[in-house]
Design a binder for this molecule. Structure first.
Ligand code: ZN
Length: 288
């Protein structure tokens, strides 16, 4: 496996000012409040809960069951992926997400829309360049029929291909800088899985206001889908959020076939670890 590290043409970014989000956590059902604080160059993205800083990095992933959970020193924060996906699309690299209440990022309307809307005009660019990982060979991680494959490319693009039982036989969503076409897509679940999710202690804050619920060939939400392929686009948002846990930007094309949080995590971990073994560790450091 060959990799090259370099400073990209892209500059590091943070926010111009602090921004607050408040709302229910989709899994905990509890109210949460987070403040996004601007940070200086080379800080990275990190969460802060009761004085513990948790870097947004694959090394701190504690769980991937229906959400990405990060933790350190007994502190854990969950459902980080939609906010991280939006930050990735906005190119924001330096930020502290402080929890003032709860420990789950508010689900808002189930998409990245409210994060994107509040942050897009508050981006501050530094002179310092972003560190990127440039792929020189293809890299793939598989789990049965699902796989995630990355290939060398001059820019960054991500694709998600999958299906939604009874609704979409096959759909492909694409991100190549077109954030607006991805951020609006809400999370979804199947009606028959709701009971199991609740038994697992998940989805306690879930409702038709923050998730699309799909029955046998029908969508229960009265307003319907926001786009024909909304669930596929949402899986792409999840992928982008989880990819940000690499801790640096990827130069290449990433193609996910039926991947979910678990495979996203396996992909990021395997990619980071195989690049560590072929390159000096110092070149990888971009988060605290
Ligand atoms: Zn999601």
């Amino acid at each position: 496996m060959k990799f090259a590290y370099k400073k990209s043409g892209m500059n590091q970014k943070t926010l111009l000012e602090a921004v607050t989000f408040e709302g229910v956590g989709v899994h905990s059902g509890e109210l949460a409040k987070v403040v996004l604080h601007p940070e200086k160059e080379n800080t990275g993205i990190r969460f802060m809960l009761k004085g513990v800083y948790i870097p947004a990095n694959y090394r701190y992933v504690l769980g991937t069951d229906h959400a990405t959970v990060l933790g350190k020193d007994g502190a854990r924060v969950s459902t980080v992926e939609h906010l991280l996906g939006v930050l990735y699309m906005l190119g924001i690299d330096n930020l502290t997400v402080e929890f003032l209440r709860g420990n789950e990022v508010p689900i808002m309307d189930g998409s990245g829309y409210y994060f994107y809307k509040a942050l897009k005009d508050k981006v501050l660019e530094f002179k310092e360049k972003t560190k990127i990982l440039r792929l020189k060979d293809a890299f793939e991680v598989k789990n049965c029929k699902a796989y995630i494959r990355a290939e060398p490319s001059e820019g960054f693009c991500a694709f998600y291909r999958g299906y939604v039982r009874g609704i979409i036989d096959e759909g492909v969503a694409r991100y190549c800088g077109n954030a607006k076409e991805v951020v609006f897509a809400r999370t979804f679940c199947y009606e028959e899985d709701v009971e199991l999710l609740l038994q697992k202690g998940l989805a306690k804050g879930g409702s038709l206001k923050n998730a699309v619920v799909i029955g046998k060939g029908i969508v229960y939400n009265p307003e319907g889908l926001r786009s024909k392929d909304e669930p596929i686009r949402h899986k792409l948002l999840d992928l982008l959020g989880d990819l940000s846990l690499l801790g640096f930007r990827l130069k290449g094309r990433v193609f996910s076939h039926m991947g979910g949080h678990s495979l996203n995590y396996q992909f990021v971990k395997a990619l980071a670890e195989s690049s560590l073994s072929t390159s000096s560790k110092s070149s990888l450091v971009s988060t605290p």
